[in-house]
Ligand binder design. Structure first.
Ligand SMILES: CC(C)(COP(=O)(O)OP(=O)(O)OC[C@H]1O[C@@H](n2cnc3c(N)ncnc32)[C@H](O)[C@@H]1OP(=O)(O)O)[C@@H](O)C(=O)NCCC(=O)NCCS
Length: 189
């Protein structure tokens, strides 16, 4: 149940233009219509399809990108493309299930196969986490992942998200129920 007085007043996110954030050589920027082909290519990766629970057609990519800016304006989520100098997306970092009234959100990420292992997801996650804590006032962000998918555990640890427990049979995938690790970072961690 949301508190009767919202932790963060409605409008605080949407009052801002979605910022460009930088960390080392990485640039986090809003998704653009022109990213559709790259998005389709990213979702050709079986691992991304599996853990993000969907495939991506050309039409689906255009709708997905439109939905990103809708989420920002409705303050229900925030999603950045992670690029380098060449402006080609190599990853995605996002908060979904954003609830300003509670001051909480949930992180999501993927990195294209050829860029994995470069600490892209943990650095991008740390950058958006700091931004949400300092600029918007969230107090808790969670990251959950299937116990059958171990790389996000390293991402969580590197981005300062403490392990809080295992939620048994929390998520239903095509191959059945998965236990989920719960990690979270607080604004004063
Ligand atoms: C999880 C994911 C976002 C990590 O991004 P990343 O930028 O590669 O993160 P890191 O560099 O910190 O690597 C994390 C772990 O990934 C694994 N990894 C490293 N290189 C890898 C590669 N080339 N291919 C697959 N996994 C690799 C390692 O276990 C690594 O931890 P380690 O260095 O301690 O061994 C990325 O693997 C991915 O997109 N996976 C598919 C989608 C997904 O699972 N998303 C998370 C859903 S909650």
């Amino acid at each position: 149940m949301a508190p009767s007085t919202p932790v963060i007043p409605a409008g605080r996110l949407a009052a801002n233009r979605q910022p460009r954030l930088t960390v080392d050589e990485l640039i986090l920027r809003p998704w653009r219509t022109g990213d559709s082909p790259r998005l389709v290519e990213a979702y050709r990766d079986e691992t991304i399809r599996r853990w993000h629970g969907r495939s991506m057609s050309e039409a689906g990519a255009a709708a997905w990108i439109a939905e990103r800016s809708r989420r920002w304006t409705t303050e229900t989520g925030a999603d950045w493309a992670v690029v380098r100098d060449d402006d080609v997306p190599i990853g995605r970092i996002a908060l979904h299930r954003l609830e300003l009234a509670r001051g909480t959100g949930k992180a999501a990420a993927w990195v294209v196969p050829e860029a994995r292992g470069g600490r892209i997801a943990p650095r991008a996650l740390d950058a958006i986490t700091r931004w949400f804590f300092t600029e918007i006032g969230l107090h808790r962000i969670e990251l959950t992942h299937s116990t059958a998918n171990t790389p996000p555990c390293q991402v969580a640890a590197r981005a300062g998200y403490a392990y809080e427990g295992t939620k048994r049979r929390e998520a239903l995938h095509a191959d059945g129920w998965h236990d989920m690790h719960l990690h979270a970072r607080l604004d004063d961690d």
